[in-house]
Design a protein around this ligand. Structure first.
Ligand code: ATP
Ligand code: MG
Length: 394
């Protein structure tokens, strides 16, 4: 079957009035972005409160569906066959041919659902339903009508053309990116943070990211891996502005001046401070991390509190209640897992203490940080000024 268009179904709860326009415009924009590199020419447009993707000529069907499945806000994708508007007898032939091709095995229950958007069409939708239903039954006697719970809902929409569709391919749900402000993701090379970014983007939030590396303790390859991860997330989230911060001198200073069992917490606090600086500069409304309660010493409730204490923006931790296994499942689904498990050092693993504190006390940590007071302002300034900023994604 050759499909000429896709009808895009989206959740409509809570998107009335002005919000609806915003939602639809963002959806159209994100669909265009997603289809940018797909083979074929596509016209994405809104029409009578619906969003359509019209395919102009040849295109790659599988690739198109795969790309649309990455657009947040899409609940369902209906492949559409378009036919010229014809009088009812001719329309019957088109519909019968469609059913024959879509359901060659026959023996399905069905219901015709006609919609007459073009009121000049001389037959009303009730009559179209009856006439087309009869024509299908006549052509395929093994099919049966079920108006309550049919296997196949045969949609026939009379517009400037006739749109025939009956299949719904599930989309990812969520809200189109760009409808809910932006947030700064602390992106490491691990499994968790790309998933965290994905989950917040799914709620319509545009993502920026900050990665801290510590050359020469972390390799160029580790940095490449994070860029790869950002690119994978950007397939869903749209282009990601990635800040790559050289964290070596700050880490060395902490290592030299602070108690070793507090290294990770202090380091994480400086990461948050720097990420928040970039976030505020770009108008982001929050920070995102891949933390989950109790996963490691730096993610106990006390550690999270100590890390959180330096932030004034809200910190979103979408994985907070997830087990590793559940996080891995999502990372496999969104295709970041294989990249995340590549074995490159990230900057936290170099300077880890044998016995990190699991119940840090904020006052004690603040006191330890005073040991850095001579140099830290300057080191932070340099880290911020020398950050490499790249945009990842098409
Ligand atoms: P991940 O799998 O995302 O690396 P993790 O289980 O290794 O997480 P930690 O290393 O404790 O956890 O880091 C917790 C969170 O802190 C990460 O999810 C990420 O948001 C942030 N983070 C850690 N290291 C870095 C880094 N080098 N650059 C940017 N953010 C980081
Ligand atoms: Mg990590």
């Amino acid at each position: 079957m050759t499909f000429h268009s896709f009808l895009i179904k989206y959740g409509e709860i809570g998107i009335k009035g002005k919000n609806r326009y915003m939602f639809e415009d963002a959806l159209v924009r994100q669909i265009r972005y997603a289809l940018q590199d797909v083979d074929g020419e596509f016209l994405v447009h809104k029409c009578h409160g619906r969003v359509y993707v019209d395919c102009e000529g040849e295109y790659d069907y599988e690739e198109t569906i795969e790309s649309l499945k990455k657009v947040f806000g899409i609940v369902g994708i209906c492949p559409v066959v378009r036919k010229p508007v014809k009088e009812l007898e001719e329309l019957k032939k088109d519909v019968v041919a469609y059913v024959g091709e879509m359901y060659p095995e026959g023996s399905k229950t069905f219901k015709v659902e006609a919609r007459r958007a073009n009121k000049r069409y001389p037959v009303n939708s009730m009559e179209i339903n009856c006439e087309l239903g009869e024509a299908v039954l006549e052509a395929y006697p093994e099919m049966k009508v079920d108006v309550h719970n049919p296997d196949v809902r045969l949609n026939v929409e009379i517009r400037e053309e006739v749109y025939l569709y009956s299949e719904i391919i599930p989309g990812p749900g969520g809200m189109p990116v760009g409808t809910n402000g932006s947030a700064m993701l602390l992106l490491s090379g691990g499994i968790d943070s790309p998933v965290a970014g994905y989950m917040i983007a799914k709620r319509g939030v545009e993502i920026e990211a900050t990665y801290f590396h510590a050359p020469p303790y972390t390799s160029e390859r580790a940095k490449e891996k994070v860029i790869d991860l950002a690119r994978l997330v950007s397939a869903y989230a749209g282009p990601i502005k990635l800040h790559i911060v050289n964290f070596t001198d700050i880490q060395l200073a902490i290592y030299e001046k602070c108690p070793h069992d507090e290294l990770t917490i202090i380091m994480r606090r400086y990461m948050m401070r720097i990420a928040e600086y970039f976030a505020k500069k770009d108008g982001c409304l929050g920070l995102i991390t891949g933390e989950s309660i109790g996963q490691v010493a730096s993610q106990t409730m006390q550690s999270l509190a100590a890390t959180n204490a330096v932030c004034t923006l809200p910190v979103y931790r979408p994985l907070i209640g997830f087990d590793k296994r559940e996080i891995v499942e999502i990372s496999e689904k969104i295709d970041t897992y294989e990249t995340s498990i590549q074995p490159f050092e990230d900057c936290c693993t170099i300077f880890v203490a044998k016995h990190p504190v699991t119940k840090p006390n904020v006052e004690r940590i603040e006191k330890s940080e005073l040991n850095l007071s001579e140099s830290i302002e300057e080191l932070m300034k340099t880290a911020i000024e020398t950050a490499e900023v790249i945009t990842v994604g098409k």
